[in-house]
Ligand binder design. Structure first.
Ligand SMILES: Cc1cc2nc3c(=O)[nH]c(=O)nc-3n(C[C@H](O)[C@H](O)[C@H](O)COP(=O)(O)OP(=O)(O)OC[C@H]3O[C@@H](n4cnc5c(N)ncnc54)[C@H](O)[C@@H]3O)c2cc1C
Length: 499
């Protein structure tokens, strides 16, 4: 006779998780001296984190990263099968902060305070800057190409998303044959490989969270959310730490040998100015794109039965200081990555496509952010004011953009249509492009730039910037791929410095 089986005890681990990503409390983080502390988890911050974790692997270096917002989504919102265009837009507008509401000069601006920053909702046009911009930068074309290749690889950038789409092929052909020979497919960070069990690529569309997933599998790091950096400290001329507050306004001091600020074009200079970090260019040279938005009409009859999806662009060139992007079908603001084919709806004879034109804006000292002398936010940090206007040169480019938009619409045979009582072509308020940049711009001269060619604040060893604010210029191109490329480069520099 067999002896009766003994019942095994259930012994769950003590450190259970209540979140989908490991978090560390600020109390615990305050006990550590970090080799690198990153402030902000958007495009720039997550790129630095990924690179450090990949390169440092199992070594003893300590990495911390803090995010002022909470956990919101574990992926890009377009990966959620419950989303469609309407819900996506309303959700983004609902969870982001319309900072432009109180900034007449920069009325369209929005921030997203959440893990992943604005990469949770970005439109994913991942394009390289035109060479006419790069030649003015303190980084060589060769080096930029090297870091662009790395950025494209880590973000899964491809032009294959619209492959085989008849609307894409036909409109591209029409553009190329009618004065726009450079028209091309938009490069998009979308992982189109089939998912194999055991591989980390369940997200089609890239967000910072893909960087966190990779980093987690290479090296442990401490992440705190609801952790707002309010002041940066420098001791003996070097970066020393960051004062951070939780939503209850309890303050912690996080010690770090190296600090990387990645809070965005608005928040990074705000933090630096609030910390009295010297630098004539900090907060200045605010640059965005002038932005025209329009809707074109196409006849469904002109395409094959299987329509496909549209995402193409006419790039900036030396002679063309603007970029035109087309997406759809679905009209203005409705782009190509939706579950719309599955929605039950009437088959239409006429379709709409969205057309955006981004214009180059001069980087001028006179366009700048300042701390409000009177008003503070709930953390006691002065609110931001923005002084921004278009120069005569910017206005002349806006005129050219309008003419080019009409020309492109003729070439594509997609007449522009007014939306309600709005004109067929709208000039969007400054900030609505969400491409603002350059407020801590990179350069060799501390008089005209905030950070040096490696992203370090001039004269303050250990204090770096890695977000859109450090871009030397943005021409007429979407900025994020370049921010990721330069942030990875800054991480490599930090790795060399801390050897
Ligand atoms: C709807 C939409 C569409 C877009 N489409 C495109 C596109 O197609 N192509 C393109 O190139 N770009 C696009 N963008 C812009 C793109 O999202 C930004 O270029 C990119 O996210 C900027 O990265 P960042 O690191 O500078 O800042 P963010 O992504 O904004 O991240 C900054 C992070 O820092 C955190 N933070 C701020 N201050 C503090 C603080 N004091 N303490 C702690 N944390 C802090 C914020 O909460 C946030 O998480 C789009 C943006 C939006 C909103």
């Amino acid at each position: 006779m067999r002896t009766p089986l003994l019942e095994c005890e259930i012994d769950p681990p003590k450190d259970l998780l209540s979140s989908w990503i490991p978090l560390t409390s600020l109390e615990k983080m305050a006990e550590t001296t970090y080799d690198v502390l990153i402030v902000g988890t958007g495009a720039g911050g997550s790129a630095v984190l990924r690179r450090l974790c990949e390169k440092w692997g199992g070594n003893e270096k300590r990495i911390g990263i803090i995010e002022s917002g909470d956990l919101l989504l574990p992926t890009h919102a377009r990966n959620l099968p419950t989303m469609n265009d309407e819900r996506f837009t309303k959700y983004f507008l609902g969870v982001s902060e319309w900072i432009g509401k109180t900034l007449p000069d920069f009325y369209g601006a929005r921030q997203l305070f959440a893990l992943g920053g604005r990469t949770l909702f970005w439109g994913m046009a991942a394009l390289r800057m035109d060479i006419s911009e790069i030649v003015k930068w303190p980084v060589s074309e060769k080096e930029m190409n090297y870091y662009y290749s790395i950025a494209e690889q880590v973000m899964n950038v491809t032009t294959g998303y619209t492959k085989g789409s008849s609307i894409q092929e036909i409109l591209l052909k029409r553009l190329r044959e009618n004065n726009f020979p450079e028209a091309a497919d938009v490069a998009t960070p979308s992982d189109l490989e089939s998912t194999k069990y055991g591989e980390i690529h369940s997200d089609v569309f890239w967000s910072s969270l893909s960087m966190f997933a990779y980093a987690l599998n290479h090296k442990p790091f401490d992440l705190a959310v609801n952790a707002r950096a309010v002041e940066v400290f420098v001791e003996n001329g070097k970066a020393a730490g960051v004062k951070v507050m939780n939503p209850n306004k309890k303050a912690y001091f996080l010690k770090a040998k190296t600090i990387v600020l990645a809070g965005s074009t608005i928040e990074t200079p705000r933090l630096l100015l609030n910390s009295n970090i010297p630098g004539r260019a900090i907060g200045h040279y605010l640059t965005n794109h002038s932005f025209l938005l329009s809707t074109g009409k196409v006849s469904r009859q002109e395409f094959t039965e299987t329509l496909g999806t549209l995402s193409l662009f006419i790039p900036q060139t030396k002679k063309r200081p603007y970029q035109i992007q087309m997406g759809g079908p679905g009209g203005e603001g409705q782009w190509y990555h939706w579950y719309q084919p599955y929605e039950e709806k009437q088959l239409l004879d006429e379709l709409l496509i969205g057309i955006s034109v981004f214009g180059k804006v001069e980087s001028r000292f006179e366009n700048y952010l300042t701390l409000d002398p009177y008003e503070r936010d709930e953390y006691g940090v002065p609110k931001i004011n923005v002084n921004f206007s278009y120069s005569e040169k910017d206005k002349a480019i806006i005129q050219q953009m309008t003419a080019a938009l009409e020309q492109a619409s003729l070439a594509m045979k997609t007449p522009l249509i007014p939306k309600g009582d709005q004109p067929a072509i709208c000039l969007m308020p400054p900030g609505t492009d969400y491409h603002e940049a350059c407020t801590c711009r990179m350069g060799n001269d501390p008089e005209t730039s905030a950070v040096n060619r490696f992203g370090q604040i001039h004269g303050v060893p250990g204090l770096y910037v890695a977000d859109n604010s450090m871009l030397p210029s943005i021409g007429a191109t979407n900025p994020t791929l370049t921010t990721v490329a330069l942030s990875i480069r800054t991480a490599d520099y930090i790795i060399n410095t801390l050897k």
